[in-house]
Structure formats: C-alpha cells, structure tokens
Ligand binder design. Structure first.
Ligand code: GLN
Length: 276
C-alpha cells in the first residue's frame, strides 16, 4: 500500500466514525505514525508504507474514531505558533486563548510582572515570555501533573526556565506578591452541559473545564481576590464563556473594576479586561 492509498483508507475510517475533520486528522495521524512532516505525504504519495507503521496508524486512527482528540494522540498542540506538549493532565490549548496572550502582550508595560493562574500546559505563560523577554512571568496550577508538563514546555520552547512555576490553588503560592497583569483561562464551563458536549471534551481534565455555579465559581474567586495581588494600575485578563459577558461586567463592576470584553475571531465574547 502506498501513502496515497493509506491516506484514503484512514480518511474513510474516520469519516465512517463521523469524525468531522476526517481528511485533516487522517493526514496528521498518518504523518505522526510515519514520523514525517505532513507535507511529505503529498511529496511521497507513491512511496510504499511500512506495514508495521501502517498497523500502528490503524491503531491511532481507531483511538481517534473513539473520540480521543488528535492532540492527545500525537502529544502535541500548536499554540501561538509554538509547539506545546500535551497529555490528558492538561487542557488542550485553544486558538481563542491566543486573544488573551495578544492582550497581555499589548497591555503589559516594559518590565511588567505577570501571573498566569491555572497555567495547565503553560501555554499562556510560555507564549507571553517567549514574545516579551522583559516580562517577569509567574504561574500557578493546582495539579502537580500539569505543572510538570508546563515546566517541560517552558524548557523545550525557551531553552531554560525563566518562568516561576508554583503548585497551588490560584493565588495561594504567591501570597504577599503583587503583579501588573493577572491572566487566567480558568475552568468556566457549566457542569450541566457535560452530557451535551462533544465527546472529545470527555478526554480532557474535568477540573480544568468545569466550575460550579454555572461555570462562574472560579471566575468569581479570581475577581474577588485579585486586588490583593495587583500593583497600582494593574489589570486582570480573564477568558470567559461565550454567554458570560453580562456576568463578568457585573461581577467586575461590583468588585470595583472598569470592565471591557473583547470578542474572539468567531465573534463570541471571550476575554474580559478588568482595570482598577
Ligand atoms: N473553551 C473551552 C471549551 O469550551 C473551555 C475552556 C475553559 O473552561 N477554560 O471547551
């Protein structure tokens, strides 16, 4: 079997399992199984496929057919044009979250201190530091397993460890410290939506996705505690759910902030900027 034929077989298997992006996923998974870059599949269309690699590709395609996200199968996800390692211990970085990074890079003054709460794979913290070496980046996560991934990503992408990673719930590892920018993509999904969500989501860590009080509990805690960790003139940047615009405007105002909400590329409210 040559590469073009293998690609067709994998696309058909994925399509039969109702995987939406069957052609793209087939390419990514075949390239992963063959250990080559994706463009080689086109260049080497007529080349024969090693039978051992073909069966390993059929196995990973079967996992994708059962709903497992491509990123957990390949162990990689691109975010802000950087390659992050991902495991089921961390949320898969989403393109919407790149807006939060844009805003942090835009609003942080030279030499600013930034704290990323619930860093997960480290995507926000690493993307910020990679693009602004002057920013002093700190990050927390409640999961030791997630922090291990974040540290590995930092070392892989930065070459060393210019970010302070600390284990603990939200602000707790940084008691007594102050920052110019507090950034977070916290869990904000309403647990009641669990049964209706895409099956891919079930592979992701629940504590990174779901929050009580219709998804608002962790956002509320951040908004009500942030003041003690902010320098004068500091800001809070929060990713929010598409239906949380009014909620965050009100919760922020009640805590004494001027709040603006930016939409993502899909036109949904996505990042809230809170200013004292
Ligand atoms: N945007 C993610 C989703 O809807 C949720 C991320 C989060 O809870 N922080 O799948």
């Amino acid at each position: 079997m040559n590469i073009a034929e293998a690609l067709r077989e994998m696309t058909d298997r994925l399509g039969a399992a109702s995987v939406e992006s069957s052609a793209l996923d087939a390419e990514v998974l075949l390239a992963h199984s063959l250990g080559v870059e994706r463009y080689r599949l086109l260049v080497d269309r007529a080349a024969p496929v090693d039978p051992v690699k073909l069966s390993s590709c059929r196995r990973v395609v079967a996992r994708r057919c059962a709903g497992e996200p491509v990123a957990y199968i390949t162990g990689r996800k691109e975010f802000y044009s950087l390659e992050f390692l991902v495991t089921p211990d961390v949320l898969i970085p989403r393109p919407e979250t790149e807006l939060l990074v844009d805003m942090a890079l835009y609003h942080a003054a030279p030499g600013a201190g930034l704290l990323d709460l619930g860093t997960g794979s480290g995507a926000i913290a690493v993307a910020v530091r990679k693009n602004r070496e002057d920013i002093k980046v700190s990050a927390s996560d409640i999961s030791a397993a997630a922090l291990r991934i974040a540290r590995r990503n930092c070392r892989r992408i930065m070459g060393d460890m210019p970010i302070v990673f600390r284990i603990g719930d939200l602000f707790s590892p940084f008691e007594g410290k102050r920052f110019d920018v507090i950034a977070s993509n916290p869990p904000y999904v309403d647990p009641a939506l669990k049964p209706t969500m895409q099956r891919e989501i079930r592979f992701e860590p629940e504590h990174a996705l779901f929050a009580d009080d219709h998804g608002r509990a962790v956002l509320r805690r951040i908004v009500s505690s942030a003041e003690a960790y902010l320098r004068p003139g500091g800001i809070v940047l929060l990713e929010i759910g598409h239906d949380m615009r009014d909620f965050i405007l009100e919760a922020g105002a009640r805590a004494g902030y001027a709040v603006s909400v930016l939409n993502d590329l899909a036109g949904c409210p996505r990042v809230a900027l809170l200013k004292r």
